[in-house]
Design a protein around this ligand. Structure first.
Ligand SMILES: N=CN[C@@H](CCC(=O)O)C(=O)O
Ligand SMILES: [Zn+2]
Length: 412
């Protein structure tokens, strides 16, 4: 099946194949073609250009896009989409003055979600997660990373990863799975953190690798969770199974995790709300990609990742939702792009680049998604009739999306 989209007000993020991740000033450039056409065949982008060179074809269904913009779907490179139940009570506790740390200390937080998830069947967990996956696709996400980490036992971690595997099998959007058993020390291992890390490395990780259930390994490197030594052990253990590292780091404290992760060649470092000059230096010395999660800053009222400073240091930046029940219960990438502009002072062009093209590199999906490029997946957003693409972050609470296409099909 072929589709030809014509009279597109502006076709955004148009790039030739083989580009590199955007750093510094290059993030300001959002390449576009005004008054454009887009031609797709089956699940791929076949061609695009200005309307003056639009093909005359009877093979394609023609769709008029006058007044509308087309851009690649968002790439959400950091989510915890698999969870069971919610944590609204903790939300209310925080409104009454408790901090995220206070709640975790009383057995809430990640351990609360782990308790719920351990008691939930695979089938129910799949259904709960699928609802969220469908929701984020409607919101324009066309590739996503999903983590384990609310299991914290071999069985429950594998259950989570199998839910992700089932979603990979049942949906055409690219999904990457990340193994995050080192998300919190479970109650059963209280005061025996080393024994828990041993168990993760010696028992769960080999099974995860053997069954091919993960693409990445992650650690919550933070005071009260996992320290530098644990993080190093887990990154090195993942490497033995060819799992690159994506690390939760510097969410509340900066104590050397960024330097360690970059030196060990982590693929991404995510959060970075607390970032020192030394951390910036470490990022500049390596190839590790910094990922900001402004939904978490918004929801927990903690500092925003200094994205402006990261870009001004000629580094790349990626934006993601961190969709999870505790610190960011939203998978709305449109809101993330708006927050990045409003709170982190990114320009709309920088924010869109961080949430599409650069984000595809954070998942190793740069040959498949992230831009309008011949041969890439036909995963794109058609906006409503809006005055400018800058309306997307500007009208932050409005739904500017008319339809979302994944693998050459409109999703319903
Ligand atoms: N910080 C660690 N993990 C999640 C939050 C987990 C939770 O509160 O359930 C995050 O990325 O913010
Ligand atoms: Zn997270």
């Amino acid at each position: 099946m072929e589709h030809l989209f014509i009279n597109i007000e502006s076709l955004l993020q148009v790039r030739e194949p083989g580009g590199k991740i955007l750093k510094g000033e290059s993030m300001l450039n959002l390449p576009k073609i005004d008054n454009a056409f887009l031609h797709i065949k089956k699940d791929k982008i076949l061609d695009y250009g200005s309307m003056s060179s639009a093909p005359e074809t009877s093979a394609a269904k023609v769709i008029d896009c006058s007044g509308k913009f087309i851009l690649p779907t968002w790439v959400d490179s950091h989510t915890h989409l698999v969870y069971s139940g919610h944590r609204e009570d903790e939300f209310a506790d925080r409104i009454e003055g408790l901090s995220y740390e206070d709640i975790a200390q009383k057995g809430g937080g990640i351990l609360n979600s782990a308790k719920k998830l351990q008691a939930t069947s695979f089938e129910k967990l799949y259904v709960e997660t699928e609802v969220r996956l469908k929701e984020i696709m409607q919101l324009g996400t066309g590739a996503v990373e999903i983590k384990s980490g609310y299991g914290l036992t071999a069985d429950a971690e594998l259950k989570m990863l199998k839910v992700i595997k089932a979603l990979k099998d049942n949906y055409t959007l690219p999904i990457k799975a990340t193994f995050l058993a080192a998300h919190a020390v479970p109650k059963e291992y209280k005061d025996q953190k080393d024994a828990y890390v041993d168990m993760v490395i010696d028992t769960i990780l080999p099974r995860v690798a053997e069954e091919g259930l993960a693409d990445y390994i992650d650690v919550f490197c933070e005071k009260g969770y996992f320290d530098l030594k644990d993080t190093e052990r887990l990154i090195k253990a993942g490497k033995k199974y060819n799992l690159k590292a994506k690390i939760h780091v510097n969410q509340f404290n900066s104590f050397g995790g960024v330097k360690l992760a970059t030196e060990l060649g982590a693929h991404t470092v995510d959060h970075l709300e607390e970032l020192t000059e030394d951390d910036i230096m470490a990022l500049k010395e390596g190839d590790t990609i910094p990922v900001a999660l402004p939904g978490c800053s918004f929801f927990l009222e903690i500092p925003y990742t200094p994205g402006r400073q990261i870009i001004d240091n000629n580094l790349p930046l990626v934006l993601a939702t961190d969709f999870n029940p505790g610190s960011s219960p939203s998978g709305n990438m449109n809101f993330i792009v708006a927050l990045a502009c409003i709170k982190m002072k990114l320009t709309p062009e920088e924010a869109i680049n961080a949430a599409t093209f650069n984000a595809s590199f954070a998942l190793g999906l740069q040959d498949k998604v992230g831009s309008i490029t011949r041969g890439k997946l036909a995963n794109f957003i058609i906006t409503k009739k809006i005055p400018s693409y800058r309306t997307l972050p500007y009208a932050f609470g409005s739904n500017c999306i008319e339809s979302v296409w994944i693998s050459g099909q409109p999703i319903s």
